[in-house]
Structure formats: C-alpha cells, structure tokens
Design a protein around this ligand. Sequence first.
Ligand code: UTP
Length: 296
Amino acid sequence: MVKVRKAVIPAAGLGTRFLPATKSIPKEMLPIVDVPTLQLVVEEALASGIEEIILVTGRGKSAIEDHFDISYELEHTLRERGKKEMLASIERISQMVRVISVRQKEPLGLGHAVLVARQAANDEPVAVMLGDDLYDCDRCARPAIGQLIDAYEKRGGAGVIALLEVPAGQEHLYGVVAGDSAGPGMMRVTDMVEKPAPGTAPSRMSIMGRYVLPSEIWPILAQTKPGKNGEIQLTDALKTLATKHGCYGLAVEGVRHDAGDRLGYLRANLAYALKRDDLKPGLIAIMKQLLEEHSA
Ligand code: UTP
C-alpha cells in the first residue's frame, strides 16, 4: 500500500454565493476571525502528516498563492518595528509546507479540479480537502483528514470518504451514499447520488468535503464524462471507484462548518471566536445585546 503524502485542495470555484466579495477575493481566503479558511485547511493537512499541498486555483485567485509565499516587504517592516509575534505568525505561513499551485482554467466541476492536479500528484494516492469546508477536531484524537488516512491504511489502501448524517429533508443538498455497515462508524459504499431529487435519497449519510483516494482514481477521473450541470463530478468518479475497487465511508468525528455558505460561514466565525479567550467574553456580550435587540 502506498502512503498518502500529498493533499489536493480545490479552490478554483467561482464562489457565487459570496458575491460581490468574491469578485476580487477568493472565498477560500475569507477569514474565520483572522485566519483564512484555506489556511485552516492547510493546517489540518499538516497536522495529519501530509508533506505536500497541491492547491488548485483559478482566475483571480492569486491572493491564495501570495498568502503561502514569503512577503518580503511586510516581514521587513514588522522586523523593523519590533513586532516579533506578528512576524513569527507571518513567517510561519510561508514556512509551513511545500505548496504547489496548479491552475484550473475553467471551473468545470470538482472532479475536473482534482484531475488538474494529476501531474503534480504524480499518480500517487491523495487526500482531497475542499478549500471552503472546515472540520474543527480540537476535541478529537486526530484531525478529520487524519482519521480518513488511518481508515485508508486499515483498509489496505482503499478509498475512504468523509460522511455526515444530515437532517431528514436536506439530502437533496448533498452527495448521498448507500452502503452496508463495515464496523463502527464505517460503511462499504455501494452507490452514490449527487444532490438527489427530494424524497429519492438512498440514505441520510452525505459526503462532506474530505476524501482519501487511491491511485486508481486518476484513470477513472480522466474517463469521467461531464454529468450534472455539464460538470465533471467527483461523485461520478467515486461511484466507479466504489464499483471497480471498493470504497468506504467514514463518519468523521468533529464539528463540520460549511464556510462556502453564508450562514455556515457566519456560524464558523462565531464558533472559532468563542474558542478564543481574548474574544469570547466580548463576543458573548455583543451576541446577548443583539439577541435582545432582535427578539422584540
Ligand atoms: P463549491 O461548489 O462549494 O464552490 O465547491 P463554488 O462553485 O465556488 O461555490 P458557489 O456555489 O458558486 O458559491 C467546493 C470547493 O471546490 C472548489 C471550490 O473552489 C470550493 O473550494 N471547486 C469547485 C473548484 O476548485 N473547481 C470547480 O470547478 C468547482
């Protein structure tokens, strides 16, 4: 079994739900308090043992590359002004990890975005982590993608996808799986449907932003035809992977935040701010005041 060393982070989507902000700022760079969403995703990968990050970016996304690069002028100014802590936090980002960026010229779907990373991944197995999806695993033994990597190794190198049980009636918003139990929190996936029509979902177990994919995924992705909305859907490729080679779903421990959705993004900001001693008391006071003002 080949070790998972690389993570692909697709971040080339248009982010239309965040317009007009995303006209010039990639949605993956919008901050959760003061850290870009994408940095939190990269930190999760590093804490899980990933050695190399392949960022899939697109037009208007140069802020992403700049963020993980050395910022000479800024570092120089902070050094001159004696802002040691700030300087350390800025330097840490550019020293974090080996980051390669590849360009998806058109947003032709998530499957296509992953496929664009094939050459950089050198046909190795990869972790795929959506750049606008957060898992807060502070209270778990391992970060979310680390949990999936462990399951991949336990299953002898089979594909593993993160699952979350969604409330009844919300299945049509997600990719939903069908399958058989394969141990605690684990299922063997037999089928997947991307955004099923209301009332037709095979289960409430939905695919949520993290995947560990074996090398077999590359030729499958290359042969996957455009599906729903004319996009190359990762779900269609995963379905073929499940049929031909087997694929598992793991109910990931941790709190997931959809930072690509406006309410999900606001919730993530509140939840992350409430974890910080410097912000928690002030934020609670503001929230109480706002609740009073708006509950009348
Ligand atoms: P989303 O579907 O949430 O992103 O994709 P989007 O299309 O940018 O969002 P809206 O609906 O217009 O607001 C999940 C992740 O996959 C990336 C996105 O950047 C996001 O991080 N993605 C999606 C790509 O990299 N390429 C694509 O073609 C589609």
